[in-house]
Structure formats: C-alpha cells, structure tokens
Design a protein around this ligand. Structure first.
Ligand code: HEC
Ligand code: HEC
Length: 306
C-alpha cells in the first residue's frame, strides 16, 4: 500500500466512526430545535430509559428476594410486621419533612435501606426490626443493589396510594422519629456453641423456671410466640415464617434435636434477651423475663430438648 492509500483508508474509517455520533447529535439538536417531534425520544433518552429500566428490574428482583416477607408484594406493608412503603407521603417527601429530615427522598430511602433501623421507632406496632442491608454496615448487599432498590421504590411514586402506615396521631401520640444511620455490629456466627462462648457471666447457669408439663405456662408461651416470634421462626418452629425468606442469616430450625442440644437454656435465654447483633434477631428484653421463659418453654417443645 502506498502512504497516500493508507491515509485515505484511515480517513474513511475516521469518518465512518463519526456517523453514529453525528446522528445522535442531529437527533438531540433536532429535539431542541423542534425538528424532531417532542413526543419522540432522542437516542440518548432511549438509552437512559433502557438503563433505568434495567436498574428497576434488578431492584424488583432484590425486592422479591429480600423485602417481600415483611413489606408485602407491592410494598403495601404487613400488619404488625412492617409498615407500607408504597405510600405517597414517603415517596413525595412530605413524610420526611414531617419528621424533620433535612436531605432528599432518595437519600432517606438509601440511608434507611443501607443502615436499617437498629432502634425500632414503633415497637408497639411492628414486632420486628428493619434489618441492615448494605455491606458497608455489615449487611448482605452491595451498594449497587441498595441503589437498585431505591430506584425501584421511587418508580412507585407516580401512582403511590395514600396509605397511612401509622395510626392517627390522636390515638398513638406523635409520629415516630426514625434513627437512620446508626451502625450495628455484624455478629452472625455459624454455630450456637460458638455464639454461646460470648455469653456474659450473669446468664450462666440460668434454668427454665417452668416444668415441661406446665400446661398453663406452655399455653401462654405459645400465645406470645405466635404473636411475636412466628413471623420469622415459623408457627411450627422450623425457621420458615413469612418474614424468614427475606432474612440472612436465617432463623434456625427449633425442631432440630441435634442443634437444640448445642443450644443450652442459659444461652437460649441470653440470645432471646439481648438479640443477635447484625441479624434480624432483635433483643426482646422489653417483653419481661417471665414472658420470655414461657416462650422459651414453648420453643423447646418443638424439639423436646429442655
Ligand atoms: C424483617 C422484616 C423486614 C424486612 C425483611 C425489610 N424491612 Fe423495611 N422495615 C421493617 C420495619 C419493621 C420497618 C419500620 C422500622 C421502624 O421505623 O421501626 C421498616 C422500614 C422500612 C422503610 C422506612 C419506612 C418509613 O416509613 O420510615 C423502608 C424504606 C424500608 N423498610 C425498605 C425496605 C426494603 C427496601 C427492604 C428489602 C431490602 C426491607 N425494607 C426489608 C421491616 C423489614
Ligand atoms: C424479624 C425476625 C425474627 C423475629 C421476629 C424473632 N427472631 Fe429469633 N432469630 C431470628 C434470626 C434471623 C435468628 C438467627 C440469628 C443468628 O444466626 O445469629 C434468630 C435466632 C434466635 C435464637 C437463637 C437460635 C440460634 O441459635 O440461632 C433464639 C433463641 C431466638 N431467635 C428466639 C426468638 C424469640 C423467642 C422470638 C420472639 C420473642 C424471636 N426469636 C423473634 C429472627 C427473628
């Protein structure tokens, strides 16, 4: 090839690569000048829409895997488990304003999902805790997965229903002030034996104050268990409650005899009182020791190991 020919070929290729750019430019400029009809989307806009679509899809997948168990299929909430999050006030910013949140809606959602709510704002209404999701705070998700969830939730905005997640002010006092951003300690461990080595001395040797044939205590324990623990631990103690699918780590199977033998009563009591940091297992101290022992009595009946 002669040098001239090489230059020609080079030029032709350069020009060819410019064509798509020129098309995009004309399209966008055309849009601005009104040459392309306003309803027709430019190539750039199409691309943006496609990217956003993909992010919403990823968000929907993550939502189905992690959030449905507590917030419901369409974010409508589940009574006594978790509030509705597909609501107008949460997505248009009026809720954030009412609680004095200084940032925007996107930041509020991202922060809430990433850090969770280690401190429950309404333990009287919701028996579970909003778990921590971002691995930045010891949760199971990457930052881009958290972002996809935020995009997915924001996509509800347009036709979000006016649901009030909290009962009327008069009945329950002022709306809660959530505490996003606190950092829980990652603490999920593999085996009970391992977990129990961290038990504080004050719990060592604690025993069930009820006998396994105490029917009254058992019945009271069952009633409370069904009310507050079954959402995650399952009505039959198999760790398969409605909220369990969304949890990582998952609650254990209380019917597993071999496992229950590795979980002594004092350690069982300790975890129930203090929770398991960094997991969906919250501290339940506030229910009172006597109630907790009755619940434990019932929980042990799933395996028969007391
Ligand atoms: C184990 C149950 C549970 C799971 C799973 C769960 N949440 Fe929550 N979520 C809650 C509870 C309970 C609250 C209310 C917490 C509070 O303020 O005390 C909440 C609050 C929220 C809020 C704030 C609502 C408000 O009014 O302030 C958002 C947003 C939210 N969750 C999104 C999600 C997303 C997204 C997922 C999935 C990654 C998820 N949640 C998974 C229980 C859960
Ligand atoms: C929001 C879901 C949720 C609720 C509600 C809940 N738990 Fe848990 N629980 C868990 C998870 C998740 C674990 C596993 C924690 C871990 O692996 O460290 C767990 C672990 C436990 C353990 C330790 C067993 C073991 O070795 O893993 C006990 C005991 C327990 N829960 C008792 C209770 C009792 C009693 C209640 C009701 C008062 C209750 N839980 C309510 C999610 C929940």
């Amino acid at each position: 090839m002669t040098t001239q020919l090489k230059i020609m070929v080079g030029l032709i290729f350069t020009l060819l690569t410019c064509v798509p750019l020129a098309v995009i430019a004309v399209n966008d400029i055309g849009h601005d000048l009104g040459m392309v009809s306003k309803t027709e989307r430019t190539v750039m806009q199409e691309r943006e829409a496609a990217l956003k679509g993909r992010e919403i899809e990823a968000g929907a997948d993550n939502y189905g895997q992690y959030c449905v168990g507590c917030h419901g299929k369409k974010g409508e909430g589940i009574p006594s488990v978790a509030p509705a999050i597909n609501r107008k006030d949460l997505l248009d910013g009026s809720y954030q304003k009412s609680i004095g949140w200084a940032g925007n809606v996107t930041d509020f959602l991202r922060n809430t999902v990433a850090a969770g709510r280690p401190a429950q704002s309404r333990p009287d209404l919701y028996t579970v805790r909003m778990p921590t999701w971002s691995n930045q705070y010891g949760g199971p998700m990457r930052a881009d997965q958290v972002d996809s969830l935020v995009t997915f939730m924001l996509n509800w905005s347009e036709d979000a229903p006016e649901i009030d997640a909290w009962p009327p002010t008069a009945a329950t006092g002022p709306r809660p002030t959530p505490v996003p951003g606190a950092t829980p300690v990652p603490g999920a461990t593999a085996s009970a034996a391992q977990k129990c080595t961290a038990m504080p001395a004050q719990y060592a040797g604690k025993k069930l104050p009820y006998k396994s044939d105490d029917r009254t205590a058992m019945a009271q324990g069952k009633q409370k268990y069904d009310e507050v623990c079954a959402a995650c631990h399952g009505t039959r103690g198999r760790g398969d409650g409605t909220a369990a699918a969304a949890l990582n780590p998952k609650p254990r199977n209380f019917t597993d005899k071999a496992y229950m033998q590795t979980l002594p009563l004092d350690c069982h009591f300790w975890i129930t009182m203090e929770g398991s940091a960094g997991t969906g297992m919250a501290p339940w101290k506030s229910l009172g020791e006597d109630t907790l022992w009755k619940i434990i009595l019932y929980e042990r009946s799933f395996s028969g190991v007391y």
